[in-house]
Design a protein around this ligand. Structure first.
Ligand SMILES: Cc1ncc(C[n+]2csc(CCOP(=O)(O)OP(=O)(O)O)c2C)c(N)n1
Ligand SMILES: [Mg+2]
Length: 415
């Protein structure tokens, strides 16, 4: 296997040995010397070391897994590409669409965060701010009719797929006009019309469901696929291995994506594993896999397009590791003490929306006035969604008994 660089340990890990939210929640303290023994990235923000991927991941016994080439790979120093290519890779319409979609996700969520602070939105609320390119680049690479499934950080997916912002905001308000009829809330958005199969609160629960959806597409010969997102915390669930095994065995049309934003709640990837290049988890199943700079929407598009071609060509699943970052805390109640302000700033400098804006302006694909007009229209659209949500009714009490799974001849529980 080629020599690769292991990503530098996040600076916040200098603080990882101190008690954190995660440590107090019973997560193991990171200072067990494992990283050093396995040759993975050192703690404490030291300069990245070049290591042979095979020393970090013991895959020598296994057959060589196809390494997918192409522009989706990070730069030579393993860092995401911050700048646009010399000439635009895509037509004007694609860049403008990405800009509109990602700005809608961001402005919508900034508003949702404000409303949560005002206690107009209650319960859980996990924001996607910073990760927008993970969805925008996939939507442009896939087809109508393809299915999407993800975890609880799920507002951006339906917005990008065309669900009305009114329906997403109303769901956050738990109103009857929400996309899950006000019964799902922030973590359980659904919109079958646009191929969005939810919004799932059980970490990793969507992984076998994603494989199952892909099985249905294969069985019904639809030619469609399923893209199944998960967080870096979810890859530690045993269900991932069962799903990967079956998906490869049956060559299911599924694209598994781990959104590696560096943290599962307050626990950094480095504190939970010696395999910090998460895409290598697929090696054990000979599943093609690659790291993707997901702060760059073009790279996401290319990687998803390659995986989709494999899936539609009957070659089965791919595992993509989207290297991304969330600017906000895990949820609205997270003070994010486990990472430094500098680390957050570093990622903000590579912001995917700013990057697309820069590309558009540099190449004269639209003027500043035109982009500002898009921003204004989005602001108005988000405001309209708030007014819609506020004026909508709560679900009727009788709704409690609707949309509940019932099996009339269920043999185990009797009155
Ligand atoms: C089975 C299960 N265990 C624990 C939790 C509590 N929990 C909620 S979110 C989370 C962290 C998951 O992090 P990650 O998968 O990296 O996703 P991210 O929040 O970064 O998007 C945990 C442990 C849960 N919801 N489900
Ligand atoms: Mg995470």
């Amino acid at each position: 296997m080629a020599e690769t660089k292991v990503k530098d340990a996040p600076k916040a890990d200098a603080a990882a040995d101190k008690p954190t939210d995660a440590a107090t929640n019973g997560s193991p303290n990171g200072s067990n010397g494992k990283a050093a023994r396995n040759g993975s990235a050192p703690r404490g923000g030291e300069a990245p070391k070049v290591v042979d991927a095979d020393t970090a991941v013991p895959t020598q016994q296994q057959p060589e897994v196809e390494t997918l080439p192409g522009p989706g790979a990070p730069t030579a120093d393993g860092q995401p590409r911050a700048t646009s290519p010399a000439a635009p890779e895509f037509p004007k319409e694609t860049y403008v669409r990405w800009y509109e979609q990602m700005q809608l996700m961001r402005k919508f969520e900034e508003k949702a965060g404000q409303l949560y602070g005002q206690q107009k939105i209650k319960g859980f609320c996990h924001l996607y701010i910073g990760q927008e390119a993970c969805v925008a680049g996939a939507v442009s690479a896939l087809e109508p009719g393809d299915k999407y499934i993800t975890a609880y950080r799920d507002h951006a997916h339906p917005l990008a797929l065309g669900t009305s912002p009114n329906a997403v905001m109303a769901e956050l308000f738990a109103k009857a006009t929400g996309c899950s009829k006000g019964k799902g809330g922030s973590m359980h958005m659904f919109d079958k019309q646009v191929g969005f199969m939810g919004g799932h609160g059980i970490v990793g629960g969507q992984i076998p469901m994603g494989a199952g959806i892909a099985f249905a597409e294969q069985y019904n010969k639809t030619g469609k696929l399923c893209i199944c997102y998960m967080g870096d915390g979810a890859v530690r669930q045993g269900a991932l291995h069962e799903a990967f095994n079956m998906a490869m065995l049956w060559k299911l049309p599924v694209i598994f994506v781990v959104e590696n934003n560096g943290y599962a709640m307050g626990t950094s990837v480095q504190r939970t594993t010696n395999v910090t290049e998460l895409h290598h988890l697929a090696d054990g199943y000979q599943m093609p896999n690659e790291p993707v700079n997901a702060m760059n929407v073009e790279d996401v598009h290319h990687a998803v397009a390659r995986a989709a071609a494999r899936a539609r060509g009957g070659e089965g699943p791919t595992f993509l590791e989207f290297k991304t970052y969330r600017y906000k805390g895990h949820s609205m109640s997270d003070p994010a003490k486990y990472r430094t302000k500098e680390e957050v700033e570093e990622y903000r400098h590579r912001d995917s929306i700013e990057s697309v804006r820069h590309t558009i302006l540099t190449h004269g694909l639209a003027t500043e006035d035109e982009l500002n007009a898009i921003d204004e229209a989005i602001k108005a659209r988000v405001q309209e969604s708030v007014e819609f949500a506020e004026s909508s009714p709560y679900p009727d009490a009788a709704e409690l008994y609707h949309d509940v799974y019932v099996q009339a001849d269920y043999p185990y529980i009797h009155d």
